[in-house]
Design a protein around this ligand. Structure first.
Ligand code: CTP
Ligand code: MG
Length: 268
């Protein structure tokens, strides 16, 4: 599992403050039922099972007492589960109010990390079934000297760039193909993404100066670190780390839980 190098002091931020518009469940996505639990409970279990965190900090929709209680219950479960093993590290559970954007939710959690934190993993609650092996690959890479590391998987579709058609061409089709990206160089990017804490703080500080359009274009933390000119490394992710975004994704996640392959323990 581990590369044998000393593990840095690690905090895991789970961003769970989104509203889940595209899932269309009428409640924040973190609260949506998945199997016999919720999306957030599965995400928390995955982080706890990985055993890498000294602290787990969850960004929640402000005022969401249901999710607040869910986190408190989970913290009690963690303590109870470690009763027989006083040596084991029980992660400290912290919750913070999330912000209007994912990046703002990350910033809110960054402000609540314990002194002495060396590296931070930022994980989407929506990637509720991310396997523990991915957490280990990310932390091992940080332990080996990476400043920033992301889990990725190869792209299966051919990916093209397009632009809107104009003039008479709009009657033919809405878009015109402008190029084909070299697929062997492309990766789909997942979470948990790992960073030296000081680097991620610097990246998010720089993002505070973004205008609305720039802020809306921020879809992950690594892109902010890339803007600093810091190298970002990539390790293999997992297909079951899919981000539950649409109703189809929820069906797939349910299928993973119920299917013959079992839950998060299957590599993909
Ligand atoms: N997130 C967050 N704070 C926000 C927006 C998103 O913490 N203001 C979190 C979500 O809870 C999710 C992750 O970021 O775990 C990825 O975001 P996404 O999949 O887009 O979730 P939602 O924003 O909830 O979904 P949608 O965009 O469909 O509303
Ligand atoms: Mg969103």
């Amino acid at each position: 599992m581990s590369n044998g190098l000393p593990r840095p002091v690690t905090a895991v931020i789970i961003v769970a403050a989104g509203s889940g518009e595209r899932l269309g469940y009428g409640m924040p996505k973190a609260r949506v039922p998945l199997g016999s639990d919720t999306v957030l409970t599965h995400a928390l279990r995955g982080v706890a099972a990985a055993g890498v965190a000294r602290q787990i900090c969850v960004a929640l929709p402000p005022g969401d007492t249901v999710l607040q209680e869910l986190c408190e219950t989970f913290a009690e479960e963690l303590r109870a589960g470690h009763d027989g093993n006083p040596e084991a590290q029980i992660p400290l559970m912290t919750t913070v109010d999330g912000g209007a954007t994912r990046a703002a939710s990350v910033r809110s959690a960054l402000a609540a990390l314990l002194d002495g934190t060396e590296v931070v993993l930022v994980h989407d609650a929506a990637r509720a079934l991310a396997p523990e092996s991915v957490f280990h690959r990310v932390v091992d890479s940080l332990a080996a000297g990476a400043v920033a590391v992301i889990p990725t998987i190869p792209v299966v579709d051919t990916v093209k760039t397009v632009s809107p058609t104009s003039g008479d061409d709009t009657t033919i089709a809405p878009e015109l193909v402008t190029g084909t990206a070299p697929r062997e160089e492309l990766r789909s990017v997942q979470t948990p993404q790992g960073f030296r804490l000081s680097t991620l703080l610097q990246a998010h500080q720089a993002a505070l100066g973004f205008d609305d359009k720039q802020a809306a274009a921020v879809t992950d933390d690594a892109m902010l670190v890339e803007l600093l000119g810091v190298p970002v490394h990539a390790v293999h992710g997992a297909t079951q780390s899919l981000k539950i975004t649409t109703p189809l994704d929820l069906i797939i996640a349910e299928g993973l839980l119920e299917g013959p392959l079992g839950i998060r323990w299957v590599e993909g």
